[in-house]
Write a protein that binds this ligand. Structure first.
Ligand SMILES: Cc1cc2nc3c(=O)[nH]c(=O)nc-3n(C[C@H](O)[C@H](O)[C@H](O)COP(=O)(O)OP(=O)(O)OC[C@H]3O[C@@H](n4cnc5c(N)ncnc54)[C@H](O)[C@@H]3O)c2cc1C
Length: 550
């Protein structure tokens, strides 16, 4: 997920009016090449890490160090489309999170947009922040085959029941030249220019709040002890910290968390469009359909007066399962032109990864089994708002303050009937398929240092991969506390892993997971709640979760 400029080769639209990610823009913050100590170490210089550092420092905390492997914004934040939105399929949440949990999620996302607005206003950040409405619409032309309002109505009713969202049921999504039919209008949404925003956050952290940022500084491994965490860096130097936060998009070292995540590649294009061709009421807006595959749309200024860029995303695919990237871009363009008929040339095409959790919301809080290490992960395509949620929540957890959202977003929440419980009980299968299927395991394989002596960290019902000598071993502690241990790597997977490790430095942006499939044909097919709903398959069901472990 990391890289000096961005995590991929394709060029995101944000290069249009900001050069943060340009290969000719050097890193601004020095590489750390000596031992250091701090109160809190934040790992990851994307929007989540920056929000966490910002929130901690605004409480008066003075010693916060943030380390970033590449350059600020060089992860997925540099590839986002920048919707600050509450556009969930709210009808899916009550069965997984309960009524109260669903209301908490709505309050958190709404509060996140307000927090970003507050930060922008307070520091007068020049990042094109704009309040816009968002329209969730069917996606197919009104009256066409397959057009049904049922899903939208369900989403609307569930969103209404949270009592936390400002929404309305409207006749039309205001798309110029496209009869959308009924839509849900979400008020109080926003857009911004993400790299301008995070560039400003980094400046505020270092110049106004006394924090420290180091770019090109990779944490390779860490150990937690009773009174401190020690992070080892790529050059061998160490940072000791009272607490550490992994805002690395995907956390490191813990199989239990990694296996709760599933990587998708999402695609985006930006088309030049005259302002007059955008919407029937002349307003800027966000748009999302509920089709399969789904699409998300926003507008951002074009450098030419009178024009905008119509930014259209979607065509999500499970990472590494397809190599038809150009066809996906082409389908996005076709879809856009059929709805925004005034759109003109395609000026940007890019893609990036999003990580879905097992129950559709982020994992924010203590890393299971640890006491000083926090994680922020599982963006579900809403990582910008979750970054603001995570900033405030992790700040409160570190300061020992109560936060109503702690339970809802806890990484230790148990997905009662999700695939996870079952998956952990068949660990060899999970390990084998995940190692082949998720690029993340490259990182895991290069950073995991847990040994068999660390098994005590596991709480009942959890699994992890540890090292026994040089071999990865899967361990699972059952509900009765008995530990089961299995060799994690099959012959097939071991050779795949070898291929992956050799290739990791030479495959900068494609789905590295696909390399594994060149040597092994078995592919994991695990339903994810959100995508499975879209494809009509049974999603993860079950009641609200309970908490397990720390
Ligand atoms: C095409 C696309 C469109 C999207 N659209 C939206 C949207 O409209 N709205 C929305 O809310 N979300 C959207 N998302 C998702 C959103 O962009 C991400 O969830 C969010 O940017 C993630 O932020 P982050 O800080 O968690 O991760 P990142 O931005 O990936 O930051 C993590 C950082 O950690 C660094 N790192 C990793 N490991 C280490 C290490 N060991 N040591 C040091 N540093 C390390 C990486 O280099 C990276 O810079 C989109 C994503 C994509 C790809």
């Amino acid at each position: 997920m990391s890289g000096l400029h961005t995590s991929g080769d394709t060029k995101p639209v944000w290069l249009e009016r900001d050069d943060l990610l340009s290969s000719s823009t050097p890193p601004k913050y020095s590489q750390l090449k000596a031992n250091a100590s701090t109160d809190v170490l934040v790992v990851g210089g994307g929007i989540a890490g920056l929000h966490i550092a910002y929130e901690l420092l605004t409480t008066g905390m003075k010693k916060v160090i943030l380390v970033e492997d590449g350059k600020i914004g060089s992860g997925e934040t540099g590839r986002t489309t920048g919707h600050l939105s509450t556009d969930n399929e709210w009808n899916e949440f009550p069965s997984m999170h309960g009524k109260e949990g669903t209301a908490n999620i709505a309050a958190a996302q709404h509060g996140a947009i307000e927090r970003i607005a507050e930060i922008v206003n307070k520091h007068k950040i020049d990042c094109d922040f704009a309040r816009v409405p968002g329209y969730m619409f069917h996606g197919l032309p009104k009256g066409s085959e397959g057009y049904e309002e049922g899903t939208l109505e369900e989403i609307y009713q569930s969103a209404l029941e949270t009592k936390k969202l400002d929404i309305a049921w409207v006749d039309d999504a205001q798309i110029k030249g496209f009869e959308s039919g009924k839509a849900i209008k979400y008020n109080a949404q926003a857009t911004f220019h993400p790299t301008k925003y995070i560039r400003a956050l980094a400046r505020i952290i270092t110049e106004e709040l006394g924090g420290t940022i180091h770019e090109q500084t990779r944490m390779t491994t860490y150990t937690e002890e009773a009174d401190k965490v020690t992070a080892e860096l790529g050059d061998g130097s160490k940072i000791t910290a009272e607490q550490m936060v992994m805002a690395t998009n995907v956390p490191e070292q813990k199989l239990i968390m990694i296996d709760r995540l599933e990587a998708f590649r999402t695609y985006a294009v930006a088309l030049k469009i005259p302002n007059s061709a955008l919407s029937t009421n002349g307003e800027s807006a966000l748009w999302w359909d509920v089709a399969d595959p789904y699409h998300y749309v926003r507008i951002t200024p074009h450098k030419q007066e009178g024009y905008s860029l119509l930014v259209v995303g979607g065509e999500d695919e499970k990472v590494g399962q397809h190599d038809d990237h150009q066809a996906r871009f082409d389908r996005l363009v076709k879809w856009a032109k059929e709805r925004w008929s005034g759109s003109e040339a395609v000026e940007y095409e890019w893609s990036g990864q999003v990580w879905d959790s097992a129950d559709g919301i982020a994992y924010i809080g203590l890393n299971p089994g640890e006491k000083r290490v926090y994680i922020h992960t599982g963006d579900n395509g809403d990582g910008l708002t979750y970054a603001a949620v995570g900033g405030m929540l992790i700040r409160d957890l570190i300061l020992g303050k109560e936060n109503d959202l702690a339970h809802t977003f806890s990484p230790s929440r148990q997905h009662s009937t999700s695939h996870m419980t079952q998956a952990l009980k068949s660990i060899p299968h999970v390990i084998k398929e995940n190692l082949m299927d998720q690029a993340y395991y490259l990182k895991w394989a290069s950073t995991a240092t847990k040994t068999m002596t660390d098994i005590e960290d596991l709480v009942p019902g959890q699994g992890d991969v540890v090292r026994e000598g040089i071999h990865p071993v899967a361990v699972y502690k059952d509900d009765g506390g008995e530990v089961h241990k299995m060799t994690a790597i099959s012959t097939c997977t071991a050779s795949s892993l070898g291929t992956l490790l050799k290739s990791r430095s030479t495959v900068p942006s494609t789905d590295r997971g696909s390399l594994a499939r060149e040597s092994c044909s078995s592919v994991r097919r695990r339903a994810v709640w959100r995508r499975s709903r879209r494809t009509g398959a049974a999603g993860a069901a079950g009641g609200p979760y309970g908490l397990r472990g720390g």
